[in-house]
Ligand binder design. Structure first.
Ligand SMILES: [Zn+2]
Length: 213
């Protein structure tokens, strides 16, 4: 039997977008602004959901790996921006553990607070710090499901030595979410009620994105 490889390829435009970013990455605000701009570009290009993330070497002010949401175009429910960015960073660093000895402390910046799945992925990844822009409730306001995340999720990460910073560029990030919804972008949640699939299908038909092939 043969089964397909799993590929989480970034859209072609992402490399140029990163190369042309002029603002730098030396402050938390600049790193957050970059990630929010990346999420906006993913919406404008129609290449995925309204979410982006990136792994940074914050001490050196360097971008390590970007990620954008690729759920619909890759037919992969786990292709959230955080998972994509962490996975690419791990490929670049050639280790599953971004906290391995010899590596600089790495930071994950996410345009929206991690959902239940991504919150679980953060401690396994080895990053030491998490910076969030929009809040989970901002994503829920457009119909996205954040999943069964504990109310004290920040404390749960802090207990594992991961510092969480919230609300950096929140207004700008929430604006990207609202713009995506206004454009009719697909809201692809888990099975949470009858009629959900037909709602997604009707939204997809209005949204210019690559469907599953
Ligand atoms: Zn997620």
């Amino acid at each position: 039997m043969q089964f397909p490889d799993i590929q989480l390829a970034l859209p072609d435009w992402v490399g140029d977008f990163c190369a042309q970013w002029q603002e730098g990455f030396d402050t938390e605000l600049k790193r957050a602004a970059f990630v929010v701009a990346l999420s906006r570009e993913n919406v404008l290009r129609g290449t995925g959901g309204p979410f982006a993330a990136a792994v940074f070497d914050s001490a050196r002010g360097m971008l390590v790996a970007p990620g954008v949401n690729l759920v619909v175009p890759t037919c992969c429910s786990s292709a959230h921006a955080e998972i994509v960015a962490l996975s690419i960073a791990q490929q670049i660093m050639e280790t599953h553990d971004l906290g391995a000895s010899g590596l600089p402390p790495l930071e994950l910046v996410s345009s929206t607070e991690p959902c239940a799945m991504c919150m679980g992925a953060v401690p396994w990844s080895g990053v030491r710090r998490l910076v969030c822009c929009a809040r989970g409730e901002d994503a829920e306001a457009i119909g996205m499901d954040e999943g069964a995340k504990p109310a004290n999720w920040e404390a749960a990460l802090a207990a594992r030595g991961i510092r969480v910073v919230r609300d950096v560029c929140r207004a700008e990030a929430a604006d990207v979410l609202r713009d995506y919804a206004a454009r009719g972008g697909p809201i692809y949640n888990g099975r949470d009620g009858a009629g959900e699939k037909s709602k997604v299908e009707s939204r997809k038909s209005k949204f210019q994105t690559e469907d599953c092939r």
